[in-house]
Design a protein. Structure first.
Lengths: 464, 277
């Protein structure tokens, strides 16, 4: 193969920016078969595949890529599914550039193998073929497991425990399953039909799903414990943080969770066919620089905002969002205001947001996180007009379970404390994992935590 | 799906809805609310619980028809069903041995303050109920209150029943009735809860209000239900919905509730109960 092709990866076909800002369809279209074969051909099939160390669930990456290169897609997907129950999701939303791909040897001289895109290709191939193979159902071992929350952590535990022969029930507070995959990440990045398919897959393994059931409220953990042998808590992130600056309760100020939930879960973008309304602001400022901020800013454009800004206090270098998503946002016309710190929100007589006072920042010495600390420039205050502000600076863990479960140890930030290796909490029979333990993290790390907890639970019931 | 046992209009524009929801019925407490969706495309609407039957597994709510979602609920018939009836949510109302408690209810709050009055009575308090409406034909459940309260007092704006006028007359009514409450609990329209809090502040009587901001999830995830209480941001669905009425920032609260008024064409004004918001 020519040196050039080895160096650079296959580009991802995408909807054109001018087109996609007017719809909610998926932006990235996925590799064609030719592209997948060409990309798989770049992999060196390393003896000591470093890429694998970068994947939190340790997928046999060269293994599945070898299958693609040989044209045997069916076997490829099986290799992935040995360790990852949600390849269609991970292939799309994993921060691959910081996980598996950053470790790939090809990255030293050129571009790393597009591992995530190949993973997505196989998952989509399987779905298109329509013959997702269900693994043989295990014989029931007579034990019952309750799972709180149907996000990636909960789904992973459900999958693993069902395969081991447990009788599994997932309790979900909302009226739809999937956690952040359903209510947070927008349709144009992760189509809800895919999430639905994955949920239906675990249900096909015999997992029961009870929606509209708020553990701690509808029934306490204690009462559930009387009926189940073990409980896994994957309740995810909860209350959004605000900046603590004046004016944050003005009308027109949203948390990213509210904004995205209105749009994704409640289908606000289909108002009035769906009942939940969305405002139509014309100048939107999003505070923050992570994936959530990118999602909010891009959603605002699709809902018709004339201008959508990312207001971030550091520079582009430090942007915590995935590079690919920041690029997508730039292409779509999101305006990035770097080194800008909002300090006050200003409203009119009726309590509606009109302007935001900001300060200009410059980068100083590196701080504890190793990133250069933003320092305000003296007398740099200026005003930005805005009729909507979306605050996307993070969340604390969901408070409901700790609030209603006496004796469950939580940390300072409200996160449930667990043993890192097993996910076991301070209370016997209760395990936990995902965002409710770590604070906002990633899909694959939530799945990794779920996998560890499932293994530990099984070893508790059936010691080796 | 949750089965509708009954749905009837009890007074103009206010409906009683009884739903089969055994898990909710088993754990519900006074002051809790549920999240209801009328159909698959429906909004998540928070409604306070007004009664329940733990054995039969049913829960009762009283709702006012104001917009699209409550209009859909108002069309439900016994035997029908709704996709979501989730709860119980929120902290329960504090039921202590306070001494003398005045429970004030208006609009749908007459319904939701009823289980509060009942529990307070069971706890050994002297309980007075003060029911408020625009006119006599809008009052309901007086017979139920008579069973749990030491006295039931009424006030109507047009004077067709009980005292005439607004709850701004509260201090005068307390004197006339000879009641010295140790605590007041108010459920109902925002405006009324604010007015009562203003009236009781100079009297120094602890006044608990059951706040009703806009909500989506009701589980402490989205942050839309935030309000300022004693200078700090609180989330009504997990920290409340009951708060000390003297500590609530009412101006901000009223503004936030109006966020979607222009979008939601509601027949509210025609109902004559502009104070609902
Ligand atoms: C907008 C947005 C974009 C993101 N983008 C990315 C990305 O590109 N890549 C990436 O890797 N990560 C991304 N993340 C982060 C990722 O989605 C989360 O880290 C991950 O979903 C955490 O999974 P989880 O299973 O711990 O919790 P969640 O996905 O939060 O699921 C928890 C579930 O538990 C339910 N629940 C909570 N309390 C109860 C209760 N008491 N009873 C019953 N059910 C309950 C909740 O309703 C929810 O459905 C993003 C997050 C957001 C918000
Ligand atoms: C904890 C709590 C308990 C409540 N209990 C009751 C009750 O027992 N009976 C009752 O009749 N009403 C109750 N409400 C108010 C009720 O939720 C709203 O009247 C209802 O959501 C209106 O929905 P709609 O679609 O019919 O009207 P919409 O057309 O959606 O709205 C009409 C107006 O209602 C307000 N509103 C809209 N959505 C909400 C919402 N989710 N929460 C609050 N206000 C909203 C807005 O000001 C809007 O402009 C309660 C609210 C809360 C937060
Ligand atoms: S799951 Fe994520 S980290 Fe692991 S191989 Fe796939 S894309 Fe990479
Ligand atoms: S490190 Fe890169 S080249 Fe080596 S096996 Fe992994 S993906 Fe292939
Ligand atoms: S309703 Fe969403 S946090 Fe309270």
């Amino acid at each position: 193969m020519a040196g050039e092709t080895r160096k650079s990866r296959q580009p991802m076909p995408k909807q054109e920016p001018y087109e996609r800002v007017r719809n909610f369809d998926e932006v990235a279209l996925g590799y064609t078969e030719e592209q997948a074969l060409a990309e798989a051909g770049r992999c060196l099939d390393c003896k000591k595949p470093l890429c694998r160390d970068g994947c939190p669930v340790g997928i046999d990456i060269p293994g599945f890529i070898r299958c693609i290169a040989g044209g045997d897609f069916g076997s490829g997907i099986k290799v992935i599914k040995e360790t990852n129950a949600l390849p269609a999701v991970c292939g799309r939303v994993c921060p691959q550039e910081e996980q598996c791909e950053i470790k790939c040897v090809l990255g030293k001289k050129g571009e790393p193998v597009a591992i995530g895109r190949l993973e997505r290709f196989l998952a989509d191939y399987e779905a298109a073929e329509g013959k997702a193979e269900s693994p043989a159902l295990a014989v029931s071992n007579g034990r019952k497991i309750a799972i709180v929350g149907s996000g990636p952590a909960g789904i992973t535990v459900a999958n693993d425990m069902a395969l081991l022969g447990y009788d599994v029930t997932i309790f979900e507070a909302l009226h739809a399953a999937g956690g952040v995959l359903t209510y947070g990440i927008p349709e144009f990045r992760l189509p809800k039909a895919i999430v639905q398919r994955e949920v239906e897959y675990v249900q096909s393994l015999g997992v029961k799903l009870l929606l509209d059931f708020i553990v701690g409220k509808t029934r306490t953990i204690e009462s559930i414990q009387e009926e189940f042998d073990g409980i896994f808590v994957g309740a995810g992130a909860g209350l959004p943080w605000f900046m603590g600056i004046p004016g944050e309760n003005l009308n027109g100020v949203y948390s990213a969770n509210e904004y995205l939930t209105r749009c994704n879960l409640m289908k606000g973008f289909r108002f009035p066919a769906h009942d939940t309304p969305m405002k139509q602001p014309s100048r939107v400022l999003v505070f923050g620089g992570g994936n959530v901020a990118m999602d909010a800013a891009r959603t605002a454009l699709r809902l018709g905002a004339a201008e959508s800004h990312i207001v971030y206090r550091r520079s582009r270098e430090e942007l915590p969002a995935r590079a690919e998503e920041a690029e997508n946002a730039e292409e779509e016309g999101v305006i990035f205001d770097y080194l800008t710190l909002p300090v006050r929100l200003i409203g009119n007589e009726q309590g509606w947001l009109t302007e935001v006072e900001c300060l200009k920042m410059e980068l100083g010495e590196p701080d504890a996180s190793g990133r250069r600390k933003p320092v305000e420039i003296k007398d740099s205050s200026f005003l930005m007009k805005a009729d909507a502000v979306i605050v996307a600076i993070g969340n604390s863990p969901n408070p409901l379970i700790p609030m209603t479960t006496p004796g469950l140890k939580v940390g300072k930030k409200g996160n449930i404390e667990v043993d890192e290796e097993t996910g076991k909490t301070s209370r016997d029979g209760i395990w936990a994992g995902g965002d409710v333990v770590t604070g906002a993290a990633t899909v694959i790390s939530a799945m990794g935590a779920g996998r560890k907890a499932a293994k530990a639970m099984n070893e508790t019931f059936f010691p080796k | 799906m949750y089965k509708v046992v009954e749905r009837r209009m009890i007074v103009p524009n206010l409906h009683e809805l009884v739903v089969e929801a055994p898990a909710v019925a088993r754990s519900v407490q006074p002051g809790n609310f549920v999240i209801v969706r009328a159909d698959e495309n429906g909004e998540r609407v928070p409604l306070s619980v007004a009664d329940w039957d733990r054995e039969a597994g049913t829960v009762t709510v009283i709702f006012m028809q104001v917009g699209a979602s409550t209009a859909k609920l108002a069309r439900l018939k016994a035997g029908g069903s709704i996709p979501t009836f989730a709860g119980p949510l929120g902290q329960e109302t504090e039921i202590g041995a306070f001494g003398t408690v005045l429970c004030i209810g208006g609009c749908y709050g007459i319904g939701s303050v009823y289980p509060v009055a009942r529990a307070l009575k069971e706890k050994g308090n002297t309980v007075f109920a003060l029911l408020e409406a625009r006119s006599n034909f809008l009052l309901y459940w007086q017979d139920r209150f008579k069973e749990v309260a030491d006295r039931v007092i009424e006030i109507t704006r047009d004077g067709t029943k009980g005292y005439k006028g607004h709850l701004t007359r509260l201090s005068e009514i307390l004197t006339l009735e000879g009641i010295k409450p140790d605590r007041i609990v108010v459920n109902g329209c925002t405006f009324q809860m604010m007015k009562v809090s203003e009236a009781t502040r100079p009297m120094g009587i602890k006044t608990m209000v059951n706040m009703n901001p806009i909500m989506i999830d009701g589980t402490g995830m989205c942050g839309v239900c935030r309000l300022t209480v004693a200078g700090a941001t609180k989330f009504a669905c997990v920290d409340g919905p009951d708060f000390d009425g003297h500590e609530v920032d009412w101006k901000e609260f009223l503004n936030r509730r109006r966020t979607y008024n222009p979008e939601e064409v509601h027949p509210l004004r025609k109902s004559g109960c502009a104070s609902h918001f």
